[in-house]
Design a protein around this ligand. Structure first.
Ligand SMILES: NC(=O)c1ccc[n+]([C@@H]2O[C@H](COP(=O)([O-])OP(=O)(O)OC[C@H]3O[C@@H](n4cnc5c(N)ncnc54)[C@H](O)[C@@H]3O)[C@@H](O)[C@H]2O)c1
Length: 415
């Protein structure tokens, strides 16, 4: 066992919305706590990392903090620069992947082959065989791959999980979940990648609720059908911007998940989301209702605040990610968005410091897989299966696609 403090460098690939809203400030906070060292950020355009470096909310929270930019100036695009940047990192540090969904596989594999631990935003990858390759590569090298499903770290999810497993709800039978992002998302970089051939509203955001139902109940999804409605982005690209998914679980339970980029910009809250689950026991029904965007706060400001999607009448969430003033300097990020990132980064540090041999690290990785708190390629394969099945279904008019588990998990149309 190593006794010296291990303070890894962290290299963030991608500098878009999620990097700005959650990842970079969480990494800065971990740097403030001296848990991590230097931060590098690589994006394909230098202007993206400049905008991130100059973002006012982050500068206000972290005065004097900075990261190393790649590319060094405002030039670009350099679509493969991340390969050189990751290769330049000393081995066994941490790479955080926050690029569009279709690029996750190459960035994650590049990082693993350079002996780096990985935190990847959801969905890990779009095909189950890619998840299998990632799992094999990570295990062989004794490296962590944590998939950032932050809703797992919302205390309400952890409460529901415990109570379900104590038998307080009975057995999951029916559920509906929704997550509608605001209309203005259509004007963002999404229009360049969240297009019909690459992704859809369910793949992008519905996966959170599929993951959550497994996280709470332990059940596995067994078939998927996704009906999508195409709509035109402002740049003319087409996307499945409205989706309705039906997931049938191993016990026959059914979850309906609706997703879109449609919630009115004028409506309060940054989106609308939540789920209702219905359960059965021998003589009585169980019920769980989570409003995941209205957290009980209603503010009516005297003017409209700055920022995309801000409204004068607001229902802010104190639970996902916000900055609070704990006396400074700067502000402190709090919420499950921060806790999720802290948890994954600390698992990487743990594996690097608590074991000094490959066998020791593999044993720890197995423990992490089995605990099932952090999503890993080994313990959340169902997510890639649902994603792959969902894509097949949506591109075929909502046809039902069955998930086959076993030695070589795969998806196929129902006969
Ligand atoms: N709730 C969530 O968990 C959540 C929320 C938002 C986004 N995400 C995920 O995060 C990822 C990024 O989403 P986003 O909202 O930040 O998107 P975005 O379009 O705002 O940002 C993507 C970033 O990736 C960069 N990029 C694109 N190609 C690149 C390349 N070849 N090399 C380096 N950088 C490249 C872009 O320059 C941009 O900075 C997606 O996989 C998305 O599904 C998760």
């Amino acid at each position: 066992m190593s006794t010296s403090a291990f303070v890894p460098k962290v290299c963030l690939i991608g500098g878009g919305m999620i990097a700005h809203d959650q990842i970079l400030p969480s990494l800065y906070q971990l740097q403030r706590l001296k848990a991590i060292g230097e931060i590098w950020v690589c994006s394909q355009h230098g202007k993206t990392t400049r905008a991130l470096a100059e973002a006012e909310p982050i500068r206000r929270a972290f005065p004097g903090f900075s990261f190393v930019r790649y590319p060094k100036d405002d030039s670009g695009p350099y679509p493969l620069l991340y390969r050189d940047v990751i290769a330049a990192l000393p081995p066994r540090q941490i790479v955080v992947v926050a690029v569009p969904d279709p690029l996750h596989f190459d960035v994650v594999m590049t990082a693993l082959r350079c002996d780096q631990h990985v935190m990847c935003v959801k969905p890990l990858v779009l095909k189950v065989e890619h998840a299998e390759q990632i799992e094999r590569e990570a295990r062989a090298r004794g490296l962590v791959v944590g998939v950032e499903y932050h809703k797992r770290f919302d205390d309400r999810s952890l409460m529901a999980r415990r109570r379900y497993r104590e038998g307080l709800f009975g057995e999951f039978k029916l559920g509906c979940a929704r997550l509608m992002e605001k209309w203005y998302y259509r004007h963002s970089n999404f229009q360049n990648w969240c297009t019909v051939e690459n992704s859809d509203a369910f793949t992008y955001i519905g996966c959170h609720y599929v993951d959550l139902v497994h996280f709470i109940t332990g059940l596995l999804p067994h078939s998927v059908s996704v009906y999508g409605i195409q709509d035109k982005y402002p740049n003319g690209n087409m996307g499945f911007l409205w989706t309705d998914a039906r997931i049938i679980w191993q016990n026959g339970a059914c979850l309906n998940v609706q997703n879109s980029l449609s919630f009115p910009d004028a409506a309060p809250g940054t989106n609308t989301q939540g789920m209702s689950l219905y359960f059965g026991a021998r003589e009585v029904g169980g019920w769980l209702e989570h409003s995941d965007q209205y957290r009980g706060l209603r503010y009516s400001y005297v003017r409209k605040p700055e920022g995309a999607g801000a409204t004068q009448f607001a229902e802010p969430s104190p639970d996902y990610f916000t900055y609070v003033d704990l006396g400074g300097p700067g502000l402190t990020p709090v919420g499950y968005g921060y806790r999720s990132i802290e948890y994954i980064i600390r698992q990487c540090i743990r594996v690097e410091t608590e074991a000094s041999t490959l066998e020791g690290r593999q044993k720890l990785l197995k423990e992490i897989d089995e605990q099932g708190i952090m999503a890993t390629p080994a313990n959340s394969r169902y997510n890639e299966l649902v994603t792959e099945a969902g894509r097949l279904s949506i591109l075929n008019g909502g046809k039902e696609v069955v998930i086959e588990y076993g030695d070589s998990p795969h998806v196929r149309f129902r006969d």
